[in-house]
Ligand binder design. Structure first.
Ligand SMILES: O=C(O)COP(=O)(O)O
Ligand SMILES: [Mg+2]
Length: 232
């Protein structure tokens, strides 16, 4: 039986132009109204997800910064398993490396981040990872940004921690995503699904890959697993 949905945001609840998918929002509202817990899990910041949760109508349970931060409900305590100082150390080394080649990096919302460091995909992620290969920091390319995350922290580790707070087992969770930053999360969930636009790595890790892409794929996945939600 499924009791919760943990879903990625960019590429999963959006459309092909990165606008929010209105059909995906309708589907989330139906789930919430039926008593299913819905968690937004993203590389994005707490403040951006808070607004979305309020306007979509979820209880404010979130995974942000690729698992570097999570919180159970709006009134819960923010948990920060990530370690931002070491990510900044890594960033400064990367910045110097590319500056020597005349390439400048563009940070994404550093003032709103608690755990990771994110910047524009203007440089090669593989070269970026090479520069910090001796540091305990992972380079995550989401297709939307490059993130630096303390090793061992992911949306998957946050999913496990949150499941305990939510009082559900990870087996009772359906997780959905589109990109490499979602693979550990979908592996840990009872059912892991990928939308039709997902990366090869995600498709390989998924129990099910929707035919439809983006938000329409999310809706297809929820419809497919609908009977498992309402068994009780
Ligand atoms: O913030 C990003 O880079 C991607 O965000 P996502 O995890 O919601 O896809
Ligand atoms: Mg995504």
């Amino acid at each position: 039986m499924l009791k919760a949905v943990v879903t990625d945001l960019d590429g999963t609840l959006t459309d092909e132009r990165r606008r929010i998918s209105t059909v995906a929002i309708e589907t989330i509202r139906d789930l919430v109204d039926a008593g299913v817990l819905v968690v937004l899990a993203s590389g994005n910041t707490v403040c951006s997800l808070d607004i979305l949760c309020k306007m979509i109508g979820t209880d404010g349970t979130i995974i942000c910064e690729n698992g570097g931060v999570y919180r159970f409900r709006f009134d819960g305590q923010i948990q920060i398993p990530g370690r931002q100082p070491i990510c900044w150390d890594a960033y400064h080394r990367i910045e110097e490396h590319f500056a020597a080649k005349g390439e400048r990096l563009t940070l994404y919302s550093p003032e709103n981040r608690f755990a990771d460091v994110a910047f524009a995909r203007s440089v090669d992620p593989a070269e970026t990872a090479e520069v910090i290969s001796d540091m305990p920091v992972r380079v995550i390319d989401t297709g939307f940004a490059i993130h630096l995350q303390y090793e061992g922290v992911s949306k998957g580790t946050a999913l496990s921690d949150l499941a305990a707070l939510m009082g559900v087992s990870t087996d009772e969770i359906l997780a959905v995503g589109d990109s490499g930053n979602d693979t550990e999360m979908i592996r840990r969930a009872g059912i892991g699904a990928a939308v039709g636009n997902a990366t090869e790595e995600m498709r390989d890790a998924a129990d099910y890959v929707s035919e439809k892409k983006y938000g329409n794929g999310f809706v297809e996945i929820i419809q497919k697993y609908q009977p498992y939600f309402f068994e009780r």
